[in-house]
Design a protein around this ligand. Sequence first.
Ligand SMILES: Nc1ncnc2c1ncn2[C@@H]1O[C@H](COP(=O)(O)OP(=O)(O)O)[C@@H](O)[C@H]1O
Ligand SMILES: [Mg+2]
Length: 399
Amino acid sequence: MKIQKGNKILVVDDEPAIGKTLKEFLDLQGYTSSMVSSGSDAMDILEKDKNFTLVLLDIKMPGISGVTVLKHLKSLCSDIAVIMMSGHGSEALAVECMKDGADDYISKPFSFEDLQQRIERTLSHREERIEKMRLQQEKDDFILMLSHDMKNPLTAVIGSIDIIREGCLGTVNEEQEEYLQSAIDSCNEVVLMIDNLLDIKKFEAGKMQMNIRPCNINELISKVSKQFARPARHEGIDLSVDLEPLKTEIEVDKNSFIRVLGNLLGNALKFTPQGGRISISCHCITGKGILGIKIPDYAQVPSDFFKRDHFVKVVVSDTGNGIPANELECIFDRYTQFNRKTGRDLGGAGMGLAYCKLAIERFQGMIWAECKTGQGSEFVILLPVIKSSEAEAFAPVEV
Ligand SMILES: Nc1ncnc2c1ncn2[C@@H]1O[C@H](COP(=O)(O)OP(=O)(O)O)[C@@H](O)[C@H]1O
Ligand SMILES: [Mg+2]
């Protein structure tokens, strides 16, 4: 391995003699180094000078310890590498530090040769890590740019096909209309994937803007179900909608919630064979009724969730192949398709459910999947209700 010259190393040790010896050694090896003798001085200098690439950090120091400095650096997502220096009896702490993000540790007393090897190894790992992150960022930026630029022409394609389908340019027969509609459906699927991807990125960057206001949940469900009536009929699938005759309001961004339901129904349609059934239902739960619902451990419960009194439970179920129990949690991670091959055959990129989770969490709700292996899948959404009253003129929804 080569000495990575030009690297700036900070030595932090409360014993000045050790700090001085280390600094002299490092400078002799061609590094640029500085030394400080306390945790607070280390934090100050690292705050002011961002050019350090490595810290040799004593674990036990009076005042602010090396452990605290390490945690501080990691909380800032700093890409600086850290080697902890442990004295006699602090090996267990050193191992803890590795869990907290330290790159390595070395037990005192150590030889210069051992130290030199660890420094070289740590610095080259750091360089690899930074390069990997840079490539990932480049890939993400490229995908985002491509996705963004693909959406406009696709929307134009949908518009043009729709004009022909509607018969504005001449009569189209039923078969032609069917083909044109299926072209539109496929384009819309790609637009949905792009929207999911772009919004997931916005969520992750903390830049997702939402227009959250009271919405009638039955109206939203009816609207989405109607959009799926034709494709379901086309696939020979029975789609049923079961809503309580209530005027129940939830606080969501209307378009985003519609997209969540669209993703769930789209999946149900994709994974259910001909002749199968899909159902979407919505029921209110009041008071202690919520305690009877088995919420999986992985579903994050929003703060003060159980202090509320009224909830809605939306369930989308299908009679497809279902999802294995051990996959139920990870299907909500982006780019995850458990039956990657089947998923690929059926299209998609594994972003729909990731979007659903982020959106529902923003609405202070929860979403999870239940296992009915062999009998289909069931997706459950729980959301707090702001108000609910008997609907004056509620008509059951026909789809
Ligand atoms: N209704 C369902 N039935 C069976 N598997 C499902 C269902 N919904 C989702 N999945 C599984 O979860 C994966 C992730 O879904 P999603 O995030 O919507 O991505 P995509 O639809 O693009 O594959 C799917 O690829 C599939 O493996
Ligand atoms: Mg999907």
